[in-house]
Design a protein around this ligand. Structure first.
Ligand SMILES: [Ca+2]
Ligand SMILES: [Ca+2]
Length: 416
């Protein structure tokens, strides 16, 4: 039959030969059209046609701070677990020690994610200072050498998550995570990616501990300063991204877009220190909030220095509660608390399609399994939340629970 389809086009018109050539031509046209539709910007043909991501590829699962839902975040152990759970990419925040070593911590304040408060030898380092306009009391990484930080143990940052690993794992340097990833890539044969964030870059620059040049040098040395690898460099501060681009960073760059909270009475996002705007804007006297970044003009501006955006997920699907007769939000599920579980998803914004039109991919944060964080319309299932975003064409998700994000992606790929 295949022979007929290919070669009988001009042969004598028998009943069979009238029908088959038409089928052949039609099938050929359809195949060509599907092939064009499945070809993304990168020119790579997607295994599944018409996936609504920017490049037509399946959305990426980014292990946010490693397998942080299960183990103390940003430790080698949390990254190994995330890789075992199937993460496409591991994510980390970079801050600096006093002796200029990049380490993986979400906050300069070590009280948040380490056992420093229990160490009497460091009691005299406790202080109150400003981080991006916010007054904080604690122990700060820029007051500690790497060898001192290596004495500390990582702890869970969330009381609802396992506490039995607190203090067991060390704080890794960025180089140690890079080395781990190289080993794991060899062992697994998977091209697992990396997603470092310059954290509080203005804060560190003001201390003479700038992050950017060291990050570029380390990516150069690792052979990963390129878009041929799954390497994504992210920041909330546009100045940090623009600086790195100008200094030869060739990886994918992502502008993170934050807000403070959701007003559950209206579904509107709210803005407050230190989440209202990039801190380099504040320092420069630019008092616009992050929300200007999600306008068409804002996205066009981002496209001049970045490849994608990393918005808080509520910029795409926000939630709204029910206001009672007393004017207060109602405890819809009757658990005595008012939180995201009392909210219902509202109509999605057009941010993903607007960003795609601007040529930007969208990786949203942060997806978590805890029931108090799951809007009521997802019926307590984090899988349902991921599905809503995958269906909208999200290009990647930052998840504390890699396995759930992958399970949902499999459900979504099957449903297509
Ligand atoms: Ca981060
Ligand atoms: Ca409730």
């Amino acid at each position: 039959m295949l022979y007929k389809f290919k070669f009988d086009m001009n042969s004598r018109l028998t009943t069979t030969n009238i029908l088959l050539p038409h089928l052949a031509v039609t099938a050929f046209i359809i195949l060509v059209m599907l092939g064009i539709a499945a070809c993304g910007k990168s020119g790579v043909v997607s295994p599944v046609s018409s996936i609504p991501t920017l490049n037509g590829q399946t959305p990426l699962v980014v292990a946010h701070r490693g397998a942080s839902g299960y183990l103390p975040e940003e430790t080698l152990e949390a990254y190994v677990r995330a890789i075992e759970l199937g993460a496409d990419i591991i994510e980390m925040d970079l801050v600096s020690t006093k002796d200029s070593v990049l380490i993986c911590r979400h906050d300069p304040n070590l009280a948040i994610s380490t056992d420093v408060a229990t160490r009497s030898e460091y009691a005299n380092r406790k202080k109150t200072t400003q981080v991006d306009g916010e007054t904080q009391t604690g122990w700060f990484c820029n007051d500690f050498t790497l060898s001192e930080i290596k004495n500390l143990g990582a702890i869970s940052t969330d009381a609802e998550r396992p506490q039995q690993y607190n203090g067991l794992y060390k704080i890794p340097t960025f180089q140690e995570v890079v080395d781990l990833l190289k080993t794991k890539r060899r062992e697994t044969g998977r091209s697992i990616g990396i997603y470092p964030e310059t954290k509080n870059p203005t804060y560190f620059r003001n201390l003479g501990l700038s992050l950017e040049d060291r990050l570029i040098a380390m990516l150069d040395a690792s052979g990963w300063n390129s878009k041929t690898e799954k390497v994504f460099v992210q920041s909330f501060e546009p100045g940090s991204l623009k600086y790195m681009r100008s200094k030869g960073l060739k990886t994918f760059l992502i502008q993170l877009i934050d807000a403070d909270d959701v007003n559950m009475k209206t579904g509107a996002l709210t803005y407050a220190i230190p989440y209202e705007r990039p801190y380099d804007w504040t320092k420069a006297g630019d008092m616009r909030n992050f929300d200007v970044m999600v306008t068409s003009a804002g996205l066009a501006e981002i496209k001049t220095y970045a490849d994608g955006i990393g918005p808080w997920k509520r910029y795409i699907i926000s939630i709204k509660g029910i206001v009672g007769t007393d004017g207060n939000l109602m405890d819809v599920n009757g658990d005595g608390k008012i939180n995201e579980a009392d909210g219902t998803s509202i109509t999605p914004t057009d941010l993903i399609s607007k960003a795609h039109k601007a040529g930007l991919f969208v990786h949203a944060y942060t997806f978590r399994n805890e029931s108090r964080r799951i809007a009521s319309d997802y019926k307590g299932s984090a899988v349902n939340e991921y599905l809503a975003y995958y269906r909208l064409g999200i290009d990647g998700v930052f998840s504390d629970f890699t396995d759930t994000a992958i399970e949902a992606r499999n459900v979504w790929l099957r449903e297509r």
